[in-house]
Design a protein around this ligand. Structure first.
Ligand code: ADE
Length: 239
């Protein structure tokens, strides 16, 4: 039976989902509250993990170990890394990688983003979840959903040169702070995942102004897409 783990960094990214849940119970673990219940009849566990890769990773591990989730979705906001993606647009992860992980000095075989012990630079999202998430994105914001790479790091990106360097390193569509931590942990646990993000800013010198203005709109839109994904998973389970 499907049990969907839903992880968002901040309250604004999970609050509408928490409001829509039914039969909700909660459990405290490692400083986060895990809410278990249903969304459109689908068993889910929703958690606000806090900002950054470590917070995301440890909450995903708890979702796997203590709640036995079968699938994981990371929902939230992101900075756009390409001119085609405007504020409010949706990105669905094809894969996710770190833009701030670099062991190249140890061995030239290590590419930027590559974690020693893994033979891949980017962690691939689950094909079926990508398809469901894309359909969900299109249902909420038609014509404004793109599938591609997401780049994560423990940095709020808000300078043009910083953005340019990340684009060159990763060729990602957007940047945020939890996706690749979620992806690596899900990958190690062999749990299928997808990252769904709504653009809140352009990750350049305009980001400090735009982010506070658009954070809530983007976060709530992304949660709406995540709720739609849960509905579709439930329907697929019934058919
Ligand atoms: N989340 C939303 N916007 C971001 C940015 N510009 N950098 C990192 N994380 C973000």
């Amino acid at each position: 039976m499907t049990k969907l783990g839903i992880i968002g960094a901040m309250q604004v990214e999970v609050e509408t989902l928490l409001g829509q849940m039914e039969d909700r119970t909660s459990l405290e673990k490692a400083g986060s509250t895990f809410y278990e219940g249903t969304l459109s009849g689908l068993p889910v566990v929703v958690v606000r993990c806090g900002v950054g890769k470590v917070n995301a990773a440890l909450c995903v591990q708890i979702l796997c170990d203590c709640f036995g989730v079968t699938h994981i979705v990371n929902t939230g906001v992101a900075g756009s890394l390409c001119p085609e993606l405007d504020i409010g647009d949706m990105v669905i992860s094809r894969d996710a990688m770190y833009h701030d992980f670099d062991c190249g000095v140890i061995s030239p075989d290590y590419q930027v983003g590559q974690v020693p012990g893994f033979d891949t630079v980017a962690f691939p999202a689950d094909e079926a979840l990508i398809a469901y998430a894309f359909a969900a994105g299109e249902s909420v914001n038609p014509g404004h959903t793109t599938i591609g790479r997401i780049a994560s790091g423990d940095q709020f990106v808000c300078r043009r040169e910083q953005k340019q360097a990340i684009v060159e390193l990763t060729q990602a569509l957007c940047t945020e702070m939890e996706g690749a931590g979620t992806a690596q942990t899900a990958f190690r646990n062999q749990v299928p995942f997808v990252i769904i993000r709504a653009i809140s800013d352009k990750a350049d010198d305009s980001a400090q102004m735009d982010y506070p203005t658009f954070e809530q709109i983007a976060a709530h839109r992304c949660a709406q897409v995540t709720a739609s994904l849960a509905r579709q998973l439930k329907l697929a389970q019934n058919s």
